[in-house]
Design a protein around this ligand. Structure first.
Ligand SMILES: [Zn+2]
Length: 390
């Protein structure tokens, strides 16, 4: 086995994590989520934002801002006037449908191909297109994508990184090549789920925050040292910054303009864009309607559980508590039940896709277990501070 992948990572300094694990008083998230902050009452920034969103924001004023924005970008000559990044899932589909049918825009929807697509994900994308949308699917070279997935898993502890590159950069590329200046995403994850709050009170995001928020500080070009060429990386990279500026590109979040509620988006898309939930819950959590497109993403969530003690159920429960769908006690029970579940459903596909062995996978996983999160007791790994033992 490649010894380098077994080398223990200093997770705490890499992600700037506090030594003592503290959970939010209101939701299930802990202070181990990168960039999240807690107030003096022990409440996380995402919960405070959820409260602010309900009590302080005048949503009819925000809708007027949205209409102004649309009017500014509307083309009326048949040309596309907004790009909506959309996998066919409930969030992007909601945004595209609202912009087109409620606000009279002419969106071009763009999809960055999943690393390894699931049937249900593809079906939802097909249904979405059938419900009335133009779509461009960006599919990068399969050999390169596999190699990047393997590298990202081994060296970053996140096999999903190549997907995240394309998800952030492909819409920018299409914006520049099609001269469309407005890109509309769904929610600002940093603000809604906890992270950098500097954009909480503005509708857009600075392009220069890309590397920091989405790429763990490692842009696609990083991998040139690992036997991948610049040409291989082209589809994953951002367009030239000068071209982005010349195009007057602006990246906006729909969640700034309209009240954002993932479960309501699901009901909306079931009604309007042919969206169907999965027949079974996603591994590591209890939900059936979020992030269904990719066989690899279970490993992204699982590694987050390993690095931060924050698995998929923790994240789902946290936002459902903030959205008032469940209470904290129910959330804690769901975390206890599902957070640690290993994504075994597509494990065979994962091993094959990354050309990696089961032993190597476990060596990589263990290399990301930090002593402040994990302890080993009679051969088993245990969380030092599970939320249910508070
Ligand atoms: Zn919270």
């Amino acid at each position: 086995m490649n010894l380098e992948i077994m080398k223990k990572h200093d997770v705490r300094s890499r992600y700037n994590l506090p030594h003592d694990v503290v959970f939010c008083k209101k939701c299930t998230v802990s202070n181990q989520r990168p960039r999240i902050t807690f107030d003096e009452h022990g409440v996380c920034s995402a919960c405070n934002y959820a409260e602010y969103k309900r009590s302080k924001i005048n949503w009819s004023d925000r809708e007027k801002e949205l209409i102004d924005l649309c009017n500014k970008h509307r083309k009326n000559n048949g040309a596309y006037d907004v790009i909506v990044p959309c996998s066919g899932g409930k969030d992007g589909s909601f945004v595209a449908h609202q912009l087109k049918y409620k606000y009279g825009m002419n969106p071009l929807t763009v999809t960055w191909a999943p690393l390894k697509a699931t049937k249900i994900g593809r079906k939802n994308l097909d249904n979405f297109i059938l419900s009335g949308f133009d779509n461009i699917l960006g599919t990068p070279n399969g050999r390169v994508t596999r190699r990047l997935t393997e590298l990202a898993f081994k060296y970053l502890g996140d096999p999903f990184q190549p997907f995240i590159y394309g998800q952030a950069n492909f819409p920018l590329q299409i914006a520049v090549t099609h001269n469309i200046s407005l890109i509309m995403y769904g929610e600002n994850g940093e603000v809604e789920y906890g992270g950098d709050m500097k954009n909480a009170f503005r509708p857009d995001r600075e392009i220069t925050d890309h590397d920091k928020h989405y790429f763990s500080g490692l842009p696609p070009e990083f991998w040139v040292d690992h036997g991948v060429t610049l040409a291989d990386l082209k589809p994953f990279t951002a367009p030239l910054y000068d071209d982005v500026v010349r195009n007057k590109t602006t990246v906006q979040f729909f969640g700034y303009y309209k009240f954002w509620d993932p479960q309501e988006n699901f009901y909306y898309c079931k009604e309007n864009t042919g969206f169907v939930p999965n027949t079974e819950r996603s591994e590591g959590t209890y939900s059936k309607y979020a992030s269904l497109d990719d066989m690899i993403d279970g490993f992204h969530y699982y590694l987050s559980y390993i690095k931060f003690g924050i698995g998929r159920a923790t994240s789902d429960a946290a936002h459902e508590i903030r959205d008032g769908k469940i209470n904290r006690e129910e959330g804690v029970a769901l975390v206890k039940r599902y957070d640690a579940e290993f994504p075994s459903k597509y494990y065979k596909e994962f091993l094959e896709y990354c050309s990696i062995t089961d032993d190597e996978v476990h060596a990589v996983i263990d290399s990301w277990r930090s002593d402040h999160i994990w302890t080993r007791e009679s051969g088993d790994w245990r969380l030092r501070h599970p939320i249910w033992s508070e």
